[in-house]
Design a binder for this molecule. Structure first.
Ligand code: FES
Length: 105
């Protein structure tokens, strides 16, 4: 963690079912939290292509499909998997402690 980063508590791991997603708002951030077979990943919730909310999309393994136009991102890296999305979505470094999910911002 760099000296300038801040750790922010998001939710409990148990709040996000395996294979599921959850939207978490904290401060100015609107985030999508994903549970990929028990491993937690976090991206911005807002799709980089338009008004889609990624936490309302469909998660399959580590790929989230935006429910707006069907674009896909890898939730581990934020990289685009399928257009029409062109820009990667921002990802966050996740720490889990005692079943609680934190990110560095
Ligand atoms: S808004 Fe997400 S694919 Fe278009």
């Amino acid at each position: 963690m760099s000296a300038t980063s801040t750790r922010v508590e998001l939710c409990k791991v148990s709040d996000v079912e395996i294979g599921g997603t959850r939207k978490v708002e904290t401060g100015d951030l609107v985030l999508a939290v994903y549970n990929v077979d028990g491993e937690i990943f976090v991206t911005d919730d807002h799709c980089t292509h338009g008004p889609g909310s990624l936490s309302e999309g469909i998660l399959e393994d580590d790929i989230i499909e935006c429910n707006f136009h069907g674009g896909q991102f890898n939730v581990r890296t934020g990289e685009v998997v399928l257009p029409p999305c062109m820009e990667p979505v921002k990802t966050y470094k996740v720490t889990v402690e005692d079943g609680v999910v934190f990110i560095d911002v």
